[in-house]
Design a protein around this ligand. Structure first.
Ligand code: NAP
Length: 270
């Protein structure tokens, strides 16, 4: 089994990466940057987003795991002082050829332009905003108009991204075993002229959402940490990615709801 490490670039993460290289190579794993079986992200959840986009063409055979060097994260759920334990467990599962993984859904978007269709994937979410004015767009679900949106933008997140931007927008936290995407409004304008639903919506995997921005608008599109400015978008279709999931290696149980409690609540008891 071979591995690679993606780190945040700060001193602590680089030091931890060097320690990990020593530990894991003693366990018999080989460093392989282009075609790894396991990718370790050292940094924060943001670092995992970078790791995901670097290897998104190889999702069928790569499993990710994360150590956080800041606050406890959702994707980065190992602590720096557990690096030895992680290397041991990784070595053990390599020797036994038994890698336990969980698979989480992704959001796929299809960007229609006059020149064709581009497909993109996101681990957390994609957002659509007006670049120099409010976004005006029709939102259709399963080819039927739901609403005409006017406001800052629209966020479409995966279940694992539901704890990120989506949560700040008042969206629900969704367990990543559910194949669904969530649509949340970003500061919609609601008055006698413009009216939106005002609540986040969950779409099951066989449903899709199309956003038709008013023609000629300058649009800012984000895919996780990646930001693109476009003025050629005719529409964007989003749905749960079919047949593509991200795999996380699980060397010990750490249930999603425990991570939610640890990240947002803490341990106070009555
Ligand atoms: P970033 O600094 O990498 O991420 C912003 C914050 O979101 C960081 O604290 C990061 O945690 C946290 N985060 C990322 N994924 C998460 C997840 N799945 N669950 C819980 N927290 C998560 O900023 P960036 O480079 O622009 O990254 C883009 C991400 O930032 C987007 O995917 C979006 O979700 C998030 N974002 C949030 C807001 C908001 O909440 N108002 C606004 C814009 C973007 P770490 O510190 O552990 O990396």
């Amino acid at each position: 089994m071979n591995y690679n490490v993606v780190n945040r670039g700060d001193e602590v993460s680089i030091q931890l990466m060097n320690t990990f290289h020593d530990l894991i190579q003693r366990q018999g794993l080989t460093l392989e940057e282009n075609n790894p079986d396991i990718v370790l992200s050292i940094g924060g959840d943001g670092t995992m987003l970078h790791a995901f986009h670097r290897y998104k063409e190889q999702l069928d055979h790569i499993a990710f795991v994360g150590i956080h060097t800041g606050r406890l994260g959702f994707f980065a759920d190992w602590k720096p002082d557990e690096v030895e334990l992680l290397a041991e467990l990784m070595g053990e599962s390599a020797r036994q050829n038994d890698l336990r993984i969980v698979k989480y859904p992704l959001v796929e978007i299809q960007i229609m332009t006059p020149h064709g269709i581009e497909t993109q994937l996101a681990l957390n979410e994609f957002t659509l905003k007006g670049a120099d004015a409010t976004l005006v767009a029709e939102l259709h679900i399963n080819d039927e108009l739901l609403e005409t949106f006017r406001g800052d933008g629209i966020c479409i997140s995966t279940p694992s991204g539901s704890t990120a931007y989506n949560k700040s927008l008042g969206g629900a936290i969704v367990h990543p075993s559910l194949d669904a995407i969530q649509i949340a409004e970003i500061a919609s304008i609601n008055n006698r002229v413009y009216r939106t639903l005002g609540s986040p919506i969950l779409l099951p995997k066989h449903h899709h959402c199309d956003i038709y921005p008013r023609a000629g608008q300058n649009i800012v599109l984000t895919l996780d940490h990646i930001c693109l400015q476009r003025s050629d978008i005719v529409s964007i279709r989003s749905m749960t990615a079919a047949g593509k999931k991200v795999k996380f290696a699980r060397f010990r149980p750490f249930p999603f709801w425990s991570r939610v409690r640890e990240a947002f609540i803490g341990y106070e008891r009555l």
